[in-house]
Write a new protein. Sequence first.
Length: 151
Amino acid sequence: MKEKTIKFLASGFGSGLLPVAPGTFGTLAGVPICLLCLPLPWFLRLLFVLALMALSVYITGRAEEIYQRKDDQRIVIDEIIGFQVAMLPVAITGLHLGVAFVLFRLFDILKPFPLNNLQRLPGGWGVVLDDVGAGIYAGALLFFFGWFGIV
């Protein structure tokens, strides 16, 4: 891919270029992507998220080479994929999108064990997998909230 395309995708279509809270705006950029999956059965959503995750690892690795910096704040494609992971265990509804957004951002910022260690992985793997982990934590909590009738 060309450098311009890598930067555009890595920045979450430009959302990571905002001077304040790029990770939060990157996560917001993931909402319409999730909504595009609304008509898909769960298994196809899972395949889509796995393909997006593989693409994210590649794009993030290339963007780090371009920016010459590990986990540059302009790279927010990892937030987009992490949010998709958070939404996998539940139906795509407005309530679930909102709760998943808050939970994902919380886990992404706090990076509880072992997420904090995943960032040490080389290339795009470390950048993407800690957000995938935050998405797993958020998705699990969201699933249990639904199971117990909280959401």
